[in-house]
Every structure is written in C-alpha cells, then in structure tokens.
Design a protein around this ligand. Structure first.
Ligand code: C2E
Ligand code: MG
Ligand code: MG
Length: 650
C-alpha cells in the first residue's frame, strides 16, 4: 500500500456538536456530503483536527473529515464508503449517557457495515459512559473513549494514532493476502509437480514392466507373476501352473535380411497371435535380455496359471506352434517362421521364478535340437545337459583365445582305383577336463556363433597346410582339399571376401578347394543359400553337399543348387548294409547325380563289404576308417612320402 492509498478518512457523527456545545464548544458540527464538500461551520472537533494539519509530517494531506448529522445518515455514509472502497478509518461518535442506547445501536450497525471501522466514543461523563459502553459493546481495540472537553493534542494524537493503526492493519492484511497468494501459487505449483512426478513415475513403472516393441509385460513383470504362482502352489494343494518358453526359429534371418522395422512388426504380430489363443488370466511376456548366455530378442514367455491338468500346457504349446506356423505378411511378402517351445511346470517344486525360467529355457533348447517347430517338457536330465553345454562353451572360448586348435585330415579315395584323391579338413580341439566329440563342439560353436572365428581359422590353416603338401610333393599336385563351412558362415555377409582373400594369400589352386556345406544348412537358407553358393562358385571353388540323407533327403530339389558333388552321410552308409531299401535310395541318388553332372562321395566306409557295395552302386569317392582315420598334417606328409603312387590299401 502506498502513501497515496493510505486512508485518512474520518467520520464525525453529528450528535457531537450538542455534546461539544454543552461545555467548551466553540462551534457546532454541520453535516457535509460524503465527497467531503464541507458546508457550514466546522465543529470544534473538526477545527481541532484541521488546525493540526500543518503540523503533521505523517499525513501530508491531513485528515479528510466527513460529518453526519444524525445516526441514520452516519450508517448510510459508512455503507457508501465501504461500497466505494474508500472506508473510514475511524469515526467519532458522541454519546450522552441518558439517551445513549441509540448511540450504541448506531455503533453496532456501523460495525455491521464496516467491521474494521474504529470508533472513538466521545463523552463528557467518562466513567459511567465507559462502563455502559463496554457492557454494551464489549472490550475491543476498535473502541476508544475520548473524554470531553477535548484536549487539542489528545484529539489530534488519537486521530493520528488510529489512522496509523488502521493503515498498518490494512498493510498487514494486504501483505497477508500477498503471502496467501504466494502460498496458494506455490501450493498449486507443488501440486502440479507432484502430479507430473506421479505421471513420470507411472510412465517409468510402465517402462520397467513392459517391452517397448510389443507392449507386452517384460521379464521383470513376469518374474513377479511367476513368484506369485510359486507361492500359491505351495499354499494351495492342487494349484498348478506352467511356463512356456518360446523361441522363434528364423527370426534373426528376417531381422537381418528385411531390417529391424520388419523384425519389430513381426514380433508385434507374433505377440498378437499368442494373445488370441490364450485365456485372460494367462500372461505372455517378451524377453529382451540375454538368457542363459544366448542373445534374445525373439523369445516369449507364456505363464499359464491355475491349470486343471498340466498336460494342457502341451496342448497350448501345440496350438502356439500351429498358429505361429501360419505365414505372416511383412512388407508385402509372406514370411514363414516357426517356434520352438520349452515347458516347465509346477510338478517340480520350484522356489524361485528364475529356476522355472531356466528350466523352460533348457527344455526349449532341447526342443530346438530336435528340429524346428517342436516343444519339449523339462526333465532333470536336460538340466545336466545344459550345464555341460555351458561348460563346453566357456572352455571353447578359452581355447579360441589361445588358438588351441588343430586340424585332422582324413583321406578321400577313388572307389574304383583306391587312389588317394584328397583330404577332408576336420576341426579338432582338446578341452581340458571334459570328454567331448568334435561334433558336439561344432554344434555348440554353431549355436553360440563361436563357429565364425573357428571356421575362419580352419579355412586359413587348411589352405596353408595344403599349399605345403603341394610344394613338397610333386605327385600330390592334383589333390583336393575339402573344408567344411557351417550354416552360419554360409549366410555371413563377410564370407565371400574372407574366402577370396584367404585363397589369394595362401596361393592355393582354387579349383582344387572343395567347400562342404551340410544339406540342412543349404535347405534351411533357401534362396539366400543359392545366392551364396553361386558366389562361392564364382570364386572357382567346388561345392559339395555334406551329410546328404540325414534329414531332408532333398532329392527333388538337388538340381536347384549349384553343386559339384554330394556326400552321402556315414549314418546312411551304416544302415545301408543292414536295410536293403537304403540301397535303392543310394542307387537313385547316384543316377540323379550322374544326370546332373555331380559326383557322389560316400562317408563312413568301415568294411570291405561297404566298399564293395558302394562300388557296385556306382559311387565315385569314399572316405572312412577302412582307408584311414583323420590324421595330423605331419601324418599326411608321411603318407604322401610313403605312397608315391597314392594308392591306399583298403
Ligand atoms: P563331416 O563333415 O560329415 O565329417 C565326417 C565325419 O565323419 C568326421 O567326424 C569323421 O571323423 C567321421 N568319419 C569319417 N570316417 C568315418 C568312419 O568310417 N566311421 C565313423 N563312425 N565316422 C567317420 P568328426 O571329425 O567328428 O566331424 C564331425 C562333423 O563336424 C563333421 O562331419 C562336420 O560336419 C563337422 N566339422 C568338423 N570339422 C569342421 C569344421 O572345421 N568346420 C565345420 N563347419 N564343421 C566341421
Ligand atoms: Mg564334411
Ligand atoms: Mg559328412
């Protein structure tokens, strides 16, 4: 409140002149209009107040004095002043003890109209008047008694103090209002912040519990739900639950070849399909993290709660496999994927959710190893297998770090003449403290991706050894070297460049290098494999389809692949002599390969009978323990040294 706003308005209620007049009054009060247009004579009181104006520095404008002739007029003036927001700071009201009752009424009504108004009661009979006054109006800091006759200084002092008090009170109240306003605004801001914070927390909670791509609950949420199921299964007899661990076969291929957006869309479609064949109480979640050291992203978990029969979990798995096996439309193309599912159930008394997930994951791994689109229910033996797998993987990583590998070379001979025509390079690695086979190591290396480094090493070393033999033994000039390439290497984008540079650096005759790729590796990668095979052929290398007859027996599509030879798997060879139906199949393979200009190699020849049989069937080349076991590079050199005619004894 500024000085200009300060209140200096005083009302003098007209009964005073009479009171003033009765003793020392020098003048009489007259009524003035509320705008302060004084007319008539000033009262003694007014005169006193106005006389002092010049002497006050606190109120440069002095007092603004209005007078009311009667009590009714006084109340009206107070009302109008309040309405105009120019209230009076104080009013002088004269009372006479005998008819004082009306004056008190007036004061009460003035206060009803303006509760802040300060009243100075003027009376000649101070003692009685004050007693009567306080009995009627009570004690209040807005009520003061001024005894007549007036003392100049006293009147002025009272007026000035009360004006000052009123203004200070008003200032305090304005300040208070301001503080209230600040407090209100601060409060509002605080509320806003609290609300925002709650929203952010909600968002964070959502993010913490949901997968961003599919909107499905994530691992954290799921673990919590599984914990609840575990607790319930301990509490409620007969309560059953099952966890299905789903892994999408071929997802990586889609992601790599069609881009991450398509991959995400596929995951969303998968989530949608899963949801449609679940009950509402079941939960499906997506796992983004690395589980059991396998990079995830294409893994879903389904929690089936409150099952009547645990066998239902297998039925659900079958339904998922069927539903996910239907083609998906992505980017205008039809994509087929399938799921491998592992199941862990409350049959085993789990204590922690992690254990359930671990076992379901182990079972999923088993399902995958049986072929795509299968499910498997966990049993403890699987756990042991998974532990072993992890141990092998970790030891293999160590071996890779220290390049603790060797290559064993197995001779390949001409069936008819028994002449040595080449060697197959076979990876060997001794893992300390664990009995394992090369096949097991290769499988784990494929699953974990370690095969990429190993394969590169084998290719280079085999080419180097081959170069050495050619240089040392002129009669070995037309020998061939066969090198295995895994399915993972086949689809690797850097493959062609890596093979080209190794062939160039080791300076081997490219036409004598045979690359063996398994039948399954070729079939599963379809068009992609064909492109890769053509590129490899473009480098000048020969291509052999390995392990023919183990799974797909892709006789009907053999002609679609650019191949130079087919290698009949040793398992096929073993059964051939026992089951004559296999003989007919080999016959058909040989006939077809002849027609397509391919040669046929037979693996796993262990007996002279087997050799005789494959000879009679028209197979070209043979490989097996009957001729020689895989041997070191030094042993190969000894063999070449000792057989100038390259004839191998069968
Ligand atoms: P594969 O390419 O079919 O290799 C032939 C396998 O048959 C070799 O097993 C060999 O030791 C075995 N074998 C040869 N003759 C006989 C026989 O008369 N009787 C029996 N029972 N087995 C015989 P190995 O060395 O255990 O290799 C297993 C598989 O591991 C290979 O099968 C190949 O698929 C894979 N592999 C080996 N080395 C490499 C490699 O450097 N890279 C890749 N990608 N795979 C490799
Ligand atoms: Mg092979
Ligand atoms: Mg083979």
């Amino acid at each position: 409140m500024t000085d200009r706003d300060s209140n200096n308005r005083i009302l003098i209620v007209g009964t005073i002149p009479e009171m003033c007049a009765d003793r020392r009054a020098k003048g009489s009060l007259s009524c003035s209009d509320p705008d302060g247009q004084h007319e008539g004579e000033f009262s003694q009181l007014e005169t006193l107040l106005i006389e002092r104006r010049a002497q006050t520095r606190d109120l440069p404008d002095g007092f603004r004095i209005h007078t009311a002739l009667d009590e009714g007029g006084a109340i009206e003036m107070v009302r109008q002043a309040v309405a105009r927001k120019k209230p009076y700071a104080l009013a002088f009201v004269g009372i006479d003890t005998s008819p004082g009752v009306e004056s008190f009424d007036t004061i009460e009504r003035m206060w009803e109209t303006d509760p802040e108004l300060q009243i100075v009661v003027c009376s000649a009979d101070a003692g009685t008047a004050w007693i009567e006054c306080t009995e009627r109006l009570g004690h209040s800091d807005r009520l003061l008694l001024l005894r007549k006759p007036f003392d100049h200084a006293e009147v002025w002092q009272v007026a000035l103090s009360l004006i000052e008090k009123w203004n200070l009170g008003r200032q305090a109240s304005v300040k208070l209002d301001e503080m209230h306003e600040i407090a209100r605004a601060t409060n509002e801001k605080l509320h806003e912040q609290i609300k925002k914070r709650a929203e952010v927390e909600e968002e964070l909670r959502y993010l913490a519990y949901h997968d961003q791509v599919t909107g499905l609950p994530n691992r954290v949420y799921l673990l919590d739900r599984i914990e609840q199921c575990i607790a319930r299964s301990h509490r409620v007899p007969g309560y059953r639950y099952a966890v299905l661990y789903l892994d999408l076969d071929n997802f990586k291929l889609v992601n790599d070849s069609m881009g991450h957006d398509c991959g995400d869309k596929l995951l969303q479609d998968v989530a949608q399909r899963l949801r449609t064949c679940m009950r509402t109480i079941d939960t499906v979640a997506r796992i983004e993290e690395d589980v059991a050291a396998r990079v995830g992203g294409d893994e879903f978990i389904v929690l089936l709660e409150g099952l009547h029969d645990l066998k239902d979990s297998a039925r659900v798995a079958e339904r998922f496999i069927e539903v996910l096996g239907r083609p998906f439309r992505l980017d205008g193309r039809e994509i087929t994927i399938c799921a491998s599912i592992g199941i862990a159930t409350s049959e085993r008394k789990y204590v922690r959710a992690q254990e359930v997930l671990r076992d379901a994951d182990t079972a999923m791994y088993r399902a995958k190893s049986r072929g795509k689109g299968r499910y498997a229910i966990f049993d403890p033996e699987m756990h042991e297998a998974a532990k072993r797998r992890l141990e092998i993987e970790s030891k293999l990583r160590d071996a890779i770090c220290h390049e603790q590998f060797q290559i064993a070379y197995q001779p390949i001979v001409d069936v008819r003449s028994s002449e040595l025509v080449g060697f197959e390079a076979l990876f060997r690695c001794h893992l300390p403290g664990i009995e394992t086979t090369p096949q097991e190591i290769i499988n784990i290396a494929e699953e974990t991706g370690l095969i990429m480094q190993m394969g590169c090493w084998v290719f280079r070393r085999a080419c180097q050894d081959f170069r050495t033999w050619l240089d040392k033994f002129p009669h070995a000039g037309d020998l061939r070297i066969s090198i295995n390439l895994s399915r993972r290497e086949l689809v690797d984008d850097d493959l062609i460049e890596s093979v080209r540079s190794t062939l160039h650096e080791t300076n081997v005759p490219v036409g004598q290098v045979c690359i063996e790729i398994t039948e399954s590796g070729i079939i599963e990668n379809g068009d992609r494999a064909i492109v890769r095979l053509r590129e490899l052929r473009g480098l000048g290398a020969q291509l052999h389809m390995d392990d023919f007859g183990t799974g797909y027996s892709s006789l009907s599509c053999l002609h679609t692949f650019p191949l130079d030879a087919v290698k009949i798997d040793r398992a096929f060879t073993a059964t051939m002599t026992k089951d004559t139906r296999y003989i007919a199949v080999v016959k058909a393979i040989v006939t077809l390969c002849r027609a397509l200009g391919m040669r046929v190699t037979v693996e796993g020849i262990e007996t002279p009978e087997q050799l005789e049989l494959v000879d009679s069937l028209g197979c070209d080349l043979a490989q097996g323990f009957l001729f020689a076991r895989p041997m070191s590079s030094e042993a190969v050199q000894d063999l070449l040294r000792s057989t100038p005619d390259r004839l191998m004894a069968a």
